[in-house]
Write a protein that binds this ligand. Structure first.
Ligand code: MEV
Length: 294
């Protein structure tokens, strides 16, 4: 079976979602084609691929991943690969797929939330721990619960830019956790991110690009306090704000990608290309992961 998996963006609430605060994510119209081929060479895999293959009792296979999006970009690649390997071998309900993929990801990383695996399995706009939308499912781990809902709305145009350096989710989540465990100041930031997300969902439901952009700018400023942005991300964000409604880092940070809501799209893309960065002119999609025989 060949699996097609969309990449994902987090529009609001990354990091805060790890502690159970609200977040809004979506699948984007950038798909990877992922499939297994026989192999006898005893290849070395990344730990999460190894874990997924041994969970399924598979050996002597190679996992082919065809995508233009670099790994470590914060656009969901590792969750996509875990989810795709599972789906290529077994039939699943979306909920069961999201659960099993999250368990494998969590066992490998030892931290994080189920936002990526759920978004990829469900497709479309996914709200975590918010009030809007149609309930999907709930996942719990270590006393934190994540209630997911699907927010059916028009797709949003976005320009996604890879900053050129990989970000490590594990390192960035650990960095933010140190602030979070130290006291009130980080919790206040998470609370503010939570209310930005709640306003953000309403803006997305209205299709109000200007408001979505403004709230993304606010969310980015809050995230910057944790030291998870980079000089290059800041350069991209400032071009994004000049020619777009708003811009922010997406995912764990420390490298990775920036998401921009375009206003003057041609100029925006021209300016970004002059910076020699990888640019994806895309939009959200209602599709989640799917498979077919080829
Ligand atoms: C996920 O793409 C980004 C983080 O929120 C980590 C997580 O939720 O697992 C930083």
């Amino acid at each position: 079976m060949v699996v097609y998996s969309p990449h994902k963006v987090i529009l609001f609430g990354e990091h805060a979602v790890v502690y159970g605060y609200p977040a809004l994510s979506a699948t984007v119209d950038l798909f990877a084609k992922i499939y297994l081929v026989p192999s006898r060479s005893g290849l070395q895999y990344t730990p999460f691929v190894q874990k997924t293959l041994s969970y399924l009792g598979l050996s002597n296979v190679y996992v082919k991943v065809e995508t233009n999006v670099p790994s470590g970009s914060g656009l969901g690649t590792s969750s996509m690969i875990i989810t795709s390997i599972l789906l290529s071998e077994r039939d699943y309900t979306k909920e069961k797929l999201a659960n099993e993929a999250f368990n494998i990801e969590y066992e490998t990383q030892g931290l994080g939330s189920p936002i990526d695996t759920t978004t990829i399995a469900a497709g479309g706009f996914v709200l975590t721990n918010g009030k809007e939308g149609v309930p999907l499912w709930k996942i719990e781990k270590n006393g934190i619960s994540w209630n997911f809902s699907s927010v059916p709305t028009r797709n949003t145009e976005m320009v996604i830019v890879y900053s050129g350096s990989k970000g490590s989710t594990k390192e960035q989540v650990a960095k933010v956790r140190k602030f979070y465990e130290r006291g009130k100041f980080a919790k206040d930031i998470m609370n503010r991110i939570g209310s930005i997300t709640e306003d953000g969902v309403k803006a997305v439901m209205k299709g109000d690009a200007a408001n979505i952009g403004e709230l993304m700018n606010e969310n980015h400023s809050e995230l910057k306090v944790f030291g998870i942005s980079t000089d290059q991300i800041e350069r991209i964000v400032s071009v994004g704000r000049e020619y777009g409604y708003g811009a922010k880092l997406t995912g764990a940070g420390g490298g990775g990608a920036v998401v921009i809501i375009p206003r003057e799209k041609e100029k925006l893309i021209k300016k970004l290309k002059e910076m020699n960065v990888m640019v994806f002119d895309t939009s959200t999609t209602s599709a989640g992961i799917f498979k077919r025989s080829e």
